[in-house]
Design a protein around this ligand. Structure first.
Ligand code: FDA
Length: 318
């Protein structure tokens, strides 16, 4: 990323967290429809039915799927209850339609920012429902200020429900140590580079060094015989994983976000390798779209083109 792109990405990440800007876009009859046209490339729609239908199409094309009801940093208990109930309804929708999906969620969506015990309690309920339908859960990783709380809740829940996994960010120095501990727990580990801006003393920036750390973490999971999801769009990472023959290992899969690098997903899937596509839905797509543009600034051209020429349905690209 050039330095101008880096400044742009940093600015966009701060805009994404500005609630006033988010609300004025969501409430603007002129801006919101334009914004939705851009979001449609990366977000399946506003309802779980949209997400599950697109997921079903991808399953028929030979992919595995993850589903997320987008949201984070829920501010009060009533909203946490609504989020938890939506996850339970999503699980039931998948169960009733015979859709095998991983359900992905942020703990701050179901209470972490209100009271960590609430998030723990709701995660248990969601995990129980998922288990009864034969589905798995994946906890996303949020800002480094929340890492300890997220890992602590994960360890408590996975001891009861082994269908729950957790995401680790290769960019944090602490992750190597965290992984060594987590290998003693049964849940799947998803490895990402990390989407959040973090202080330089705790974080490795995007670089060859970060790619090396990423591969080191995958190596550790594979050697331990642990289930691991390689969640990256980076062709350099995928090349190394393929050279090591890891995607032939039943414990390993590639996972990518819907609408991003569909050609790479298709190529891997057509080679008979396991690929999971991560689908999102909901009305909170503002932050999600900002993240997708910030991590790859040329997406701003794509977003503006979609606003002008109409939304892109990404499903056909898989
Ligand atoms: P990197 O950012 O280095 O990009 C490498 C190349 O990939 C780019 O040059 C480009 O070609 C392509 N690329 C990457 N992003 C693109 C985009 N948006 N559009 C088009 N091309 C793109 N983060 C987090 O902090 N907590 C979490 O829980 C999760 N969860 C998660 C789940 C899944 C399934 C994925 C794939 C990712 C996440 N992330 C995440 C996001 C992750 O941390 C990271 O920000 C993005 O995956 C981008 O990093 P890459 O590994 O793709 O490489």
């Amino acid at each position: 990323m050039s330095s101008i792109e880096k400044h742009f990405a940093d600015a966009l990440k701060s805009i994404a967290r500005n609630l006033d800007i988010k609300e004025s876009i969501q409430q603007s009859p002129e801006l919101y429809p334009l914004f939705q046209k851009s979001a449609k490339r990366f977000v399946t729609g506003e309802s779980k039915e949209n997400a599950v239908s697109i997921g079903d199409q991808l399953i028929h094309k030979g992919y595995h799927i993850s589903l997320e009801f987008i949201g984070e940093n829920t501010k009060n208990k009533a909203e946490c209850v609504r989020a938890k109930e939506e996850f339970i309804a999503l699980i039931k929708e998948c169960g009733n339609r015979g859709i095998s999906s991983r359900i992905s969620l942020d703990l701050s969506h179901i209470g972490l920012s209100v009271n960590p015990e609430l998030a723990y309690e709701y995660l248990l309920e969601i995990a129980k429902e998922a288990q009864s339908h034969g589905l798995s859960l994946m906890i996303s990783m949020e800002e480094s200020a929340k890492t300890d709380q997220i890992l602590s809740i994960y360890k408590r829940v996975v001891s009861e429900y082994s269908n729950v996994g957790v995401t680790l960010q290769a960019q944090l120095h602490r992750t190597l140590e965290d992984l060594n501990t987590l290998l003693n727990y049964p849940g799947t580990i998803r490895i990402v580079k990390g989407a959040y801006q973090e202080p330089s003393d705790i974080c490795i920036p995007r670089s060859g060094k970060l790619d090396e750390r990423y591969i080191q973490l995958v190596d550790l999971c594979v050697k331990a015989g642990h289930q691991v999801s390689i969640a990256s769009h980076d062709e350099v990472i995928h090349k190394q994983i393929i050279e090591r023959g890891y995607l032939q290992n039943p414990n390993v899969e590639a996972e990518m976000l819907y609408g991003i690098c569909p050609e790479l997903c298709k190529q891997l899937k057509d080679e008979g390798l396991p690929v999971r596509v991560y689908l999102t839905y909901g009305v909170e797509s503002f932050l999600y779209l900002c993240h997708r543009i910030a991590e790859y600034p040329p997406n701003i051209y794509v977003a503006i083109t979609d606003m002008i020429h109409g939304e892109q349905d990404s499903t056909q690209l898989y």
